[in-house]
Design a protein around this ligand. Structure first.
Ligand SMILES: Cc1cc2nc3c(=O)[nH]c(=O)nc-3n(C[C@H](O)[C@H](O)[C@H](O)COP(=O)(O)O)c2cc1C
Length: 393
């Protein structure tokens, strides 16, 4: 699967740098062409000659000492994937803010290829809030994080922070380059709808669209052709067809038109259940007294897709407050293949956060509860579940 693929291996200055030599060897054995970049600190841990002997090419260590006048742009354009293993806390922090003061960081900025990051550090460094923030930023930027694993660390310590094994990194690279959703057509809805009261005001909700964006980006990373219908801010990354809507009616029309054309539909938007029956033509004024606003139901978008004859594999989302009983009911009665439920009253979960704690239901009512994870991690697990369900169905 990696035969003939062009991989840039970036090595940073942690004890696990010695494992980068083994990783390089596994990549070469798998048929990849490997070029290496080392940070100054990495060269303290691993001799460049070792990587040169394994890959057949001298690693690049500095901007100015190479025959190549612009090593970072050349490498960035050449790479089909960049893997940084091990990735120190320092390099992860620099990647998160977009610094480019060494060839490896500059290559990461200059490339459009997927970037796989394998962190390695002591548990305290991994658990530090700064590292947690930086990792979440990288995930939101679409970087793929592999590991770290739990086990023996340098200095006789043990805990989480050990670099993922080279075999695991090779497998992740193969998945990234192959893309398990290659050519699959995917529709995602995101954001909270706005139901107009008058030309100024609306009934809305707190949805930020972040969960739907994460689902769309993960599908893109896996090779899908993605359409995102959203009432929120779409991802800044290119490659996704974005249809912007505002109300439940607009979202329903767009979703019902697109759903029969796709293989998988993920309905992650927080759609209003009710809307004002009459939208005032002019702004309601305080001087006219307290208005009485009669509501009517909005279209049932999920139900409409589930009932369509060419229905795609269908995943619904349910935002609940407190009990998840409503989500369980929805999973077993709505005609979905999977239902993702979350309690939006929980801290760090639900609307506008970068993390989410969800339960994934199947139509028979079976539930899989996930811990609090970044929305990107939730999206990755959800796509793994979808792949399993589709292969069984
Ligand atoms: C013996 C030793 C071991 C180290 N191991 C790690 C490590 O495993 N992970 C890490 O994040 N930093 C580690 N560091 C600190 C990094 O080497 C340091 O932050 C350096 O600036 C990283 O630079 P780089 O990311 O550009 O390679 C270690 C330092 C020393 C002296």
């Amino acid at each position: 699967m990696l035969s003939g693929r062009r991989i840039v291996l970036g090595v940073t200055g942690g004890v696990a740098a010695y494992k980068a030599a083994y990783l390089a060897r596994r990549l070469v054995e798998a048929g990849a062409t490997v070029r290496c970049v080392m940070t100054e600190a990495a060269a303290e841990f691993l001799g460049g000659q070792t990587l040169a002997a394994i890959t057949g090419d001298h690693p690049i260590e500095g901007f100015w000492d190479e025959a190549d006048v612009s090593p970072h742009t050349d490498l960035g354009q050449w790479a089909e994937a960049l893997v940084i293993a091990p990735a120190t806390a320092a390099t992860i922090a620099k990647l998160a803010v977009g610094l480019s003061d060494n060839v490896l960081l500059a290559t990461a900025l200059a490339t459009e290829a997927p970037v796989v990051v394998a962190p390695a550090m002591h548990t305290e460094m991994w658990d530090n809030p700064a590292t947690r923030r930086n990792i979440a930023t990288l995930q939101n930027d679409g970087r793929i994080i592999v590991g770290p694993a739990t086990g023996a660390l340098a200095g006789g310590d043990s805990g989480r922070g050990r670099m993922a094994e080279p075999e695991e990194i090779v497998a992740e690279l193969a998945a990234v380059l192959q893309g398990d959703l290659q050519g699959v057509r995917v529709l995602v809805t995101a954001g909270g709808t706005r139901e107009a009261i008058d030309p100024v005001r609306y009934i809305g909700n707190h949805s930020s669209g972040k969960m739907g964006n994460a689902v769309a980006l993960e599908a893109l990373r896996r090779g899908a052709i993605v359409t995102l219908i959203t009432s929120a801010r779409p991802p800044v990354e290119g490659g996704i067809e974005v249809i912007e809507v505002e109300s439940a009616q607009e979202m329903a029309e767009a979703a019902w038109e697109r759903a029969p054309l796709v293989d998988i539909a993920i309905m992650a938007a927080a759609v209003a259940d009710f809307r004002p029956k009459i939208v005032e033509g002019e702004k309601l004024r305080r001087s006219d007294g307290i208005p009485s606003i009669e509501l009517e139901p909005t279209p049932d978008i999920l139900g409409g897709v589930a009932a369509s004859p060419d229905r795609p594999f269908l995943v619904g989302f349910a935002a609940e407050t407190g009990s998840l009983d409503g989500a369980l009911h929805k999973a077993t009665t709505k005609g979905v293949d999977l239902l993702v439920a979350n309690d939006v009253t929980k801290q760090d979960s639900g609307f506008a956060t970068d993390t989410n704690e969800v339960t994934i239901y199947t139509p028979d009512g079976a539930a899989a509860h996930l811990p609090l994870l970044s929305k990107r991690e939730v999206a990755a697990i959800l796509w793994d579940r979808i792949r399993e369900s589709r292969s069984q169905g």
